[in-house]
Design a protein around this ligand. Structure first.
Ligand code: NDP
Length: 455
């Protein structure tokens, strides 16, 4: 994949970049290593100030950063603005709480003094996706830098200008040269980086194949990894649920980021007795969405990020139909312009043997399944290789507890949309990955948890 900006709303190639050579990469690792030797001695207060400066820069430059995201990957401008706001939130969150999360923790033992100390590891490599080009990076970087690590970012090849803008933000905030660097490189240049003994750990948000590749190489070199991979999140609706609220939230969740979110509601699993009514409401909500120029405030759904994603979605919908599923809305790319537009789509009557039943649609396509009871709903919810998030709708407290306990996912939201929040851990189980980002758990991923014992 070439490193370039192609406007997904028009198909226009706007800018290309030459990947760094091996010598250039090595020089950047060297700079990072030097920066770490100084930065690791800074105190929490100094790091907090730097993160607060980042938050200020994000606030001031909100409109420009949002425009850049829309230009490079097609999310609506209004959602891009919200993304920048979330980034400044996570900077402020770790600026405020990082010191407490990383303070020495006393443990009573046979020693006169024993405690746990959290120390930085060094250079952390972050391989990031295009779908939330700012948020995914800040969600990793704020805790990693607060802990005293330094970062190398290999961003997705279709968002190079976002990657450079983020590097600039850290620089302007006062982080010394080398503490946060963007490497404009291809995916094939990642393995040698992991093998470099100066790089201590890696995190990847993206697809399963990318995660497997990064984890395999890291395993060979005994390096810690965090993986945030795909999801095929269930959205369960039981008979006592507020159906209108569920349909509105389900639509927001499925269509978030033009349908390209790992924690979107991808499989609507609905009790038979209310399924017709819920399907009707869902179709109404899907139909009400405005598709068009992502820069316009009235647009709800912009183009898919790349032409390849559009082709994949189209093929997958055809595959579902060929295997017996029924198309009730959408189902064909929009042909009236050169952008990657695909309409809100709903497919039903998906048999268990349909190959798409356990797959992930990374675009505005919902699947609706009918089930007779809560046990079948849970069984179907869990019948996927993924386990990222789940949303379940019921007003029965016993059913709520049952769902919370039985669903195999990193997060269960009752009567609400699955979302990330700096205050709560985020991550998956099964093939959705491992490790956690955000909250106290997120800042403890890339530290040496050092046991101290003094006689
Ligand atoms: P990719 O995995 O292709 O890309 C993500 C990043 O990994 C990019 O920087 C990419 O670089 C890099 N990459 C790709 N292959 C390799 C490799 N073999 N070794 C090292 N790095 C690699 O994902 P997509 O862009 O296709 O994103 C969609 C997928 O990611 C979906 O499955 C989605 O669910 C998942 N995802 C998960 C999220 C989560 O939080 N759990 C969030 C967002 C997406 P390059 O661009 O140069 O190819």
């Amino acid at each position: 994949m070439t490193i370039s900006t192609i406007n997904p709303a028009t198909g226009e190639l706007l800018k290309t970049f030459t990947p760094l050579s091996n010598e250039e990469i090595s020089a950047k690792i060297h700079l990072a290593q030097q920066a770490f030797e100084t930065y690791r001695h800074t105190n929490f207060q100094q790091r907090s100030h730097l993160l607060e400066s980042c938050a200020d820069i994000l606030k001031q430059g909100k409109a420009d950063f949002a425009k850049l995201m829309t230009l490079e990957m097609g999310k609506t401008y209004k959602s891009a603005v919200a993304e920048v706001e979330k980034c400044l939130l996570v900077c402020n969150y770790y600026a405020e709480n990082g010191a407490e999360f990383l303070s020495d923790k006393t443990v009573q033992t046979d020693a006169s003094q024993s405690f746990v100390r959290y120390q930085p590891l060094g250079i952390i490599l972050a391989v990031m996706p295009w779908n939330f080009p700012f948020w995914q990076v800040f969600r990793f970087a704020a805790p990693a830098l607060m802990a005293g690590n330094v970062a190398l970012l290999k961003h997705a090849s279709n968002v190079p200008q976002c990657a450079l803008a983020i590097e600039e933000i850290f620089h302007k905030a006062g982080f010394a040269n080398g503490i946060f660097q963007t490497l404009l490189i291809g995916a094939n240049q990642v393995s040698p980086l992991i093998a470099d003994q100066r790089v201590k750990a890696a995190t990847l948000t993206g697809s399963e194949p990318a995660g497997i590749s990064l984890a395999a190489t890291s395993g060979m070199h005994i390096k810690k990894t965090v993986l945030e991979l795909g999801g095929s999140d269930p959205f369960i609706v039981l008979s006592s649920a507020n159906l209108k609220a569920a349909a509105v939230t389900g639509t927001t969740s499925r269509m978030l980021n033009n349908g390209q979110s790992c924690i979107a509601a991808k499989r609507f699993i609905v009790i038979d007795s209310i399924a017709d009514e819920f399907e009707k409401l869902l179709i109404e909500e899907f139909q009400a969405l405005k598709i068009g120029d992502p820069m316009l405030p009235e647009t709800d759904i912009g183009p898919l990020a790349t032409n390849k994603i559009l082709e994949d979605i189209d093929q997958k919908v055809q595959k579902a139909i060929n295997a017996g599923a029924k198309l009730v809305l959408g189902g064909k790319p929009i042909q009236n312009n050169s952008g990657n537009y695909y309409p809100p789509t709903l497919i039903v009557d998906i048999l268990p043997e349909n190959p798409v039943a356990r797959e992930e649609f990374f675009g505005p396509v919902g699947m609706l399944f009918r089930v007779p009871d809560i046990d079948t709903a849970i069984q179907l919810a869990n019948d996927t290789p993924f386990g990222l998030g789940a949303s379940a709708w019921t007003n029965d407290p016993q059913e709520q507890q049952y769902l919370i306990n039985e669903i195999e996912a990193g997060a269960v939201f009752i009567n609400g949309i699955v979302k990330s929040d700096p205050r709560m851990p985020f991550g998956g189980v099964k093939r959705s990955g491992y490790g956690r980002e955000l909250s106290i758990q997120g800042i403890h991923e890339f530290v040496n948890v050092k046991t101290i014992w003094v006689k």
